[in-house]
Design a protein around this ligand. Structure first.
Ligand SMILES: C[S@@+](CC[C@H](N)C(=O)[O-])C[C@H]1O[C@@H](n2cnc3c(N)ncnc32)[C@H](O)[C@@H]1O
Length: 311
């Protein structure tokens, strides 16, 4: 399997928007969801003075990224970390470059290689252990949730994180099935859910799998940590770019951006989120639900960054 196979989403729009700060002398970018380094390698290529600190929670993706970034030498430094761990690294001064980052990029969610590897348990299209952890240091897997959560909690999760309208029926079917034997495989869960909600244009288990993945990886909490990190650590004038793929995710960013604007910490660079054009949507199905939001940190923000500003 080709782990490098990941097409960066909204690459041109990200490049164009961040160009404002990434070309400045001494600028560095924190790419907090490095993945296959698709965005970062293009940015390093386009801005000869730029340096990138690329972090990811997944060892396997980091290995892929290191290969992709090797030709940039010490302009690219990689670290294994969850977004929610980055605040501590900044506080401890455990940061590879001087001063505050000119930009931060968070392209949240799974990478295509995650979905392409059945053994990681993200996909309902292949039978595999029901895992879904992007960070294998996490203890709770999707199987743990499916086999131990009370029916009501399961139903709430499927409704809020997966937009599954038949969440109560799906949860009831899960509880009924697990009484007979634990649900340990993606195939079994996918068939069970499809039996309740039926098929259609998208697989019936899509929403359930999305909800489980978001819970296993605590994706909303991680996203909030990303936004807060931007407020604490970005240079004044620096840009915080977030690409979300899920309405829930996009809502979190939108609300936070509104509040951050009203307390004078950030301003929106574009009034509306940037979405993929028809050509990109055709070429990359992942791009269809992607929304890019970019915020500029203002001097009047709540916290002051460690050093310097960019404009
Ligand atoms: C959509 S991919 C990023 C792709 C990347 N921009 C590229 O072009 O190659 C998301 C990556 O972020 C990582 N990730 C997701 N949530 C994370 C988190 N909370 N902390 C650290 N890494 C995370 C995943 O492991 C995955 O490799």
């Amino acid at each position: 399997m080709d782990l490098m196979h990941h097409i960066p989403v909204l690459l041109e729009a990200t490049r164009r928007t961040l160009a404002d700060v990434l070309g400045a002398t001494g600028a560095w970018l924190l790419d907090g969801t490095l993945g296959a380094a698709g965005h970062s390698s293009v940015l390093l290529g386009d801005f000869p003075g730029l340096r990138v600190w690329g972090t990811d929670q997944d060892d396997q993706m980091l290995a892929v990224a290191q290969e992709a970034l090797a030709s940039f030498g010490d302009r690219a430094v990689t670290t294994r970390a969850r977004i929610s761990e980055l605040g501590e690294l900044f506080a401890a001064g455990d940061v590879p470059f001087e001063g505050a980052p000119a930009a931060m990029l968070f392209d949240v969610g799974v990478a295509s290689p995650h979905l392409d590897q059945p053994e990681r348990g993200f996909s309902f299209q292949a039978d595999a252990p029901l895992d879904m952890r992007m960070d294998l240091r996490r203890e709770v897997t999707a199987a743990d949730i499916v086999n131990t959560w009370p029916a009501d909690d399961l139903a709430d999760l499927l409704f809020t994180e997966g937009d599954e309208r038949r969440s109560r029926q799906v949860a009831a079917a899960i509880v009924e099935a697990r009484r007979r034997s634990p649900i340990q495989r993606t195939g079994l869960l996918a068939d069970l859910v499809e039996g309740v909600v039926g098929g259609g244009r998208i697989h019936g288990a899509t929403r359930t799998f999305q909800a489980l993945r978001r819970e296993v990886n605590r994706e909303d909490a991680e996203l909030r940590a990303a936004l807060e990190l931007g407020e604490r650590q970005l240079a004044p004038g620096g840009l915080l770019a977030v690409i979300g793929f899920h309405p829930g995710e996009n809502r979190v960013v939108k609300r936070w951006a509104r509040e951050a604007e009203s307390r004078g910490a950030f301003e929106r660079v574009h009034k509306k989120p940037i979405v993929a054009d028809a050509a990109e949507r055709r070429e990359n199905p992942r791009a269809r639900s992607a929304e890019l939001r970019v915020l500029r940190r203002l001097d009047g923000g709540a916290a002051s960054p460690s050093e310097g500003g960019v404009r």
